[in-house]
Design a protein around this ligand. Sequence first.
Ligand code: FAD
Length: 429
Amino acid sequence: MTRRELDVIVVGGGLAGLACAREVTDGRRRVLLLEGSDRVGGRVRTDRVDGFLLDRGFQVLLEAYPECGRLLDYSALDLRAFYPGAMIRVGNRFHRVTDPRQQPLEAALAVTNPVGSLADKLRILRLVGQLRRTQLEQILTGPIRSAARDLEEAGFSAGIIRRFFRPFFGGILLDPELEVPARLFRFYLRMFASGPVSVPNAGMEEIPRQLASTLPPQAVRTDSPVARLTDGGVQLVSGQVLEAPVVVVATEASEAARLLGDTLPDPGARGTTTLYFSGDRHGDGGPPSPDGGILILNGNDQGPVNHLAFMDRVAEGYAPEGRSLIAVNVVGTPTSHVDDGADGLVSHVRRQMSEWFGPPASRWAHLATYRIPEAHPLQTPDSFDPPLRPARLAPGLLVAGDHRGNASLNGALESGRAAGAQAVEELSA
Ligand SMILES: Cc1cc2nc3c(=O)[nH]c(=O)nc-3n(C[C@H](O)[C@H](O)[C@H](O)COP(=O)(O)OP(=O)(O)OC[C@H]3O[C@@H](n4cnc5c(N)ncnc54)[C@H](O)[C@@H]3O)c2cc1C
């Protein structure tokens, strides 16, 4: 295809590439999205294994994300929400932490639990109240420091940082030391406090699938990895050359660095590992709470597990009738462990789960392990300034992806849409 037939080539069909292609299409320009793998979705993919839905790494949609609200049709996604709050393992017991605005009575009863002091709980209330009254733009351009420093300066005790903030936000941001930008931590806190946390009943991949369905069918080409950028287009691994006045590189950060050379250094990455287990829903134990669809956190700072969820209790579509699906998350991609044998990661996790849930957990069958070394681009307080980095690198050459905004569904979509708008503007100019 040549410059006469095409206006924009988008390289990469993750959420950023899809949002970009949609913006270009909405701007009445012709777009071709080239995806290297067999399906669009990038890091948001779901595998079907023996009737279970296994997201490629535990992921959730925060319904308050503004860009997701703008681009996605939530009702068509058939979203199923987690119970608001979390169950935290401290010592040998589970304690429930809930949002006092959504569950006031329960929150009042939880005042004396050992997750944090009363002063800590009041500080959380105050911080959340303050964030709810603050414009998002203001939160995202707040002081440049790490989340750990932010929490210390706000007066939180070491206990609540260790038992709650580190497993909860460390699990979401894949950074247990909480070195991520405070702005991002505050943005997430505001998102969690402003709406449900959900998954589509048919798996997270429904999100990119819905976006792709809004594009003209000829606009997406899968199994088309791009080998290199050319002067005025791209060359595929197959050797084919395609040309367009605007090229948008919407791959993950390391691949963007490879394609763009010195123009855009690789920021580095944070990894995560998700292990999936199945059990008999009635015979193999279950969550330590009648509201089973709740996030369960490790507040003990011991053992490989950071957090887990009984996914079938959140969304019944994730498991066949009568079966449980347990998604267990380990921060990082521990290479010292192999998957099998008594010293393997699966055995370590199984032992910890048996301590928490009793002997039935030792019967859980291991379904799969997803190790994802490049789950998030590295996000540091300095790199997050400004919160959305410009898409334009050179005339006709743009870049999009979560590494240009923030590592989230929302950040990828926002960056993609901004690049699409910029592409339309370049063409008009
Ligand atoms: C395990 C895990 C858990 C997460 N949890 C959450 C969560 O709970 N909530 C949240 O909001 N976010 C979460 N995220 C982050 C979120 O999923 C990502 O930030 C977002 O999906 C990134 O989208 P992207 O389009 O920028 O990149 P990607 O999804 O990586 O898309 C890049 C695409 O480019 C393609 N590509 C690469 N090279 C080429 C090439 N040469 N030619 C053609 N195509 C190419 C790739 O195949 C891929 O499809 C999580 C991520 C992971 C991995």
